[in-house]
Design a protein around this ligand. Structure first.
Ligand SMILES: NC(=O)c1ccc[n+]([C@@H]2O[C@H](COP(=O)([O-])OP(=O)(O)OC[C@H]3O[C@@H](n4cnc5c(N)ncnc54)[C@H](OP(=O)(O)O)[C@@H]3O)[C@@H](O)[C@H]2O)c1
Length: 509
């Protein structure tokens, strides 16, 4: 049986001894995600025995105050009850230095701290991960300072890896500028562009589902698939991220990265192996095959929206423009729907409908593969249209499940065909430990598996898809915002986008 499994690192074991440096150690991402995820890895036996965290931020402090703060935060953000002995053991390996990232002295101090911690924790080798949990405007500054301090130099004795968070730029030009800055001091193989969506079980399961089963792949093409829908719906509004969202909008925040990434997993060709580059090569080919939108295509195939006031869970909620830190005349979209085509032999003419929005009717991330009707309506046209065609539904959150909608005869003397779900719920499959979504990704970085991280060319390709939409939307400010009510399924124009094709959005009850 041919197998190309060899190059993949071992995901069941900890990586080599290393130091994990967090820039932005007093920030939201650190306390909500990074520290709970690292602690979970420790509890799962997936942190190296010789391991340490060094936090860096502008807030004055030292190792003791950092540990104190972390202890207060973990009570709030841990995904399990915290075992005090495990926590104390983890905490003993946590250190802190304070300073402004614009000040090169901080990086000299960091170099000394790394050397001291290596000694104290008996960390052999020179492996260091630098996690940039900072505002994107500081990515270039921090990377540049690390480079100038000689901290990014890899040796046979140790890797130097840098994790960065989206957004990877604001558009194609700024994304390229950022990549150029990073490449001034780093090789591409040292850059881990994180997408926490790709850390989710069901997203990872898309590849297993497609490529470890024989029954789906033969149908996975334009001959049998009618259309694909990808929905990322949120009930939440802007929360405390009004300033950020108003500057970016959901097209940049959700579509450019998470949604195009999910689309490429759905549409990619089988890779030759599951090594990082084999998978990433196939994913980028999908993005490259997406038809570049001309301005008239944007008007025809893309819908934006912004929520007005409404009711969610029986509570009145304000309009987007009345949210804190949002411009009261903001033209920023809180909803986007796109109709895209992947122009290759497998997918030509199959529409991929993507939609995302805030303050929608449900919190839901879902992929629906709608299959074509059978060629002959043996049981009559009415029966066929009432039962609806087959569909495969991949629920990514909040439920992690897979449903196949099939047709079956209702028990009884006459032939009545109905649509029934065949369900697979992840919870029935095995006990899953609650997680932040970062565990897999941080562990992958430590063991050097880049499969789930964005590569430079995929960032570039996804901006190429999104940029023409930004250009048209920027040139034609919206005249009808707000155009959907909080708690609804989005603007009427998004429904029309599908109705025109004789289809409709899959809106679960
Ligand atoms: N929060 C999340 O859940 C989340 C989710 C996905 C992606 N992200 C991304 O993660 C990154 C960080 O987000 P965040 O929410 O954690 O931001 P945040 O709460 O504003 O934290 C920023 C951190 O950077 C530090 N900092 C800022 N300027 C500095 C400077 N000049 N020198 C030294 N330290 C400086 C701050 O230190 P002080 O506190 O000491 O000032 C703080 O520790 C962003 O790129 C964001 O888009 C965040």
């Amino acid at each position: 049986m041919p197998s190309n499994a060899a190059p993949s690192p071992d995901h069941r074991r900890p990586g080599p001894a290393c130091i994990f440096v967090i820039f932005g150690a007093s920030g939201d991402l650190t306390k909500r995600k990074l520290i709970p995820a690292l602690f979970n890895l420790r509890c799962l036996g997936l942190l190296p025995e010789h391991f340490a965290v060094i936090g860096v931020a502008i807030t004055p402090g030292d190792d003791a105050s950092f540990r104190e703060q972390m202890t207060a935060d973990i009570r709030q953000f841990a995904t399990h009850p915290v075992d005090p002995a495990e926590w104390q053991a983890f905490l003993a390996g946590c250190y802190y230095i304070s300073g402004d990232f614009n000040d090169e002295a901080v990086f000299g101090a960091l170099k000394e701290k790394i050397a001291a911690v290596q000694q104290e924790r008996r960390i052999e080798g020179q492996n260091v991960v630098f996690n940039l949990a900072v505002t994107p405007t500081l990515f270039g500054t921090v990377a540049g300072q690390l480079g100038a301090a000689g901290l990014l130099q890899e040796t046979p004795d140790g890797f130097r890896r840098v994790i960065i968070e989206k957004p990877f730029g604001r558009d194609l030009d700024t994304a390229r500028e950022l990549n150029n800055q990073l490449h001034g001091v780093l090789r591409e193989s040292q850059i881990y562009r994180i997408d926490h969506y790709l850390g989710k079980e069901t997203v990872q399961n898309i590849m297993v589902f497609r490529f470890a089963n024989m029954i789906f792949e033969p149908n996975w093409n334009r001959r049998y698939v009618d259309s694909v829908q990808i929905t990322v719906a949120e009930r939440l509004g802007v929360e405390n991220r009004g300033g950020y969202l108003d500057h970016y909008g959901v097209l940049r925040d959700m579509v450019q990265n998470h949604m195009l990434s999910v689309l490429s997993l759905i549409a990619m060709e089988p890779p030759g192996s599951i090594s990082g580059d084999a998978v990433r090569n196939e994913k980028v080919k999908v993005l490259d095959a997406i038809r570049t939108l001309q301005p008239e295509d944007v008007i025809e195939n893309c819908v934006r929206g912004q929520y007005g006031a409404g009711v969610i869970d029986g509570q009145q909620v304000p309009a987007y423009r009345d949210e804190p830190s949002v411009d009261p005349r903001s033209p920023t979209e809180t909803y986007a729907a796109l109709r895209l085509f992947v122009e290759n032999w497998r997918w030509a003419d199959v529409p991929f409908y993507l939609r995302t929005g805030k303050r929608l009717a449900k919190h839901l991330t879902q992929v629906v593969i709608r299959f074509k009707r059978t060629p002959l309506m043996l049981f009559g046209e009415k029966v066929h249209s009432e039962a609806g065609p087959n569909a495969l539904i991949l629920n990514i959150q909040p439920e992690e499940s897979i449903t196949i909608m099939i047709r079956a005869k209702k028990p009884g003397p006459s032939i009545v065909v109905d649509s029934i779900p065949l369900d697979f719920d992840y919870r029935q499959f095995g006990k899953q430990s609650p997680a932040t979504g970062y565990e897999t990704l941080l562990h992958d970085c430590m063991i050097g598996d880049m499969t789930l991280f964005h590569r430079e060319d995929s960032v570039d390709a996804s901006w190429r898809i999104v940029n023409p939409i930004l250009d048209v939307w920027g040139a034609l400010p919206p005249r009808d915002f707000p155009d959907y009510e909080a708690g609804s399924w989005g603007p009427a124009a998004a429904d029309k986008l599908l109705l025109r094709d004789g289809r409709q959005w899959e809106n679960p009850a």
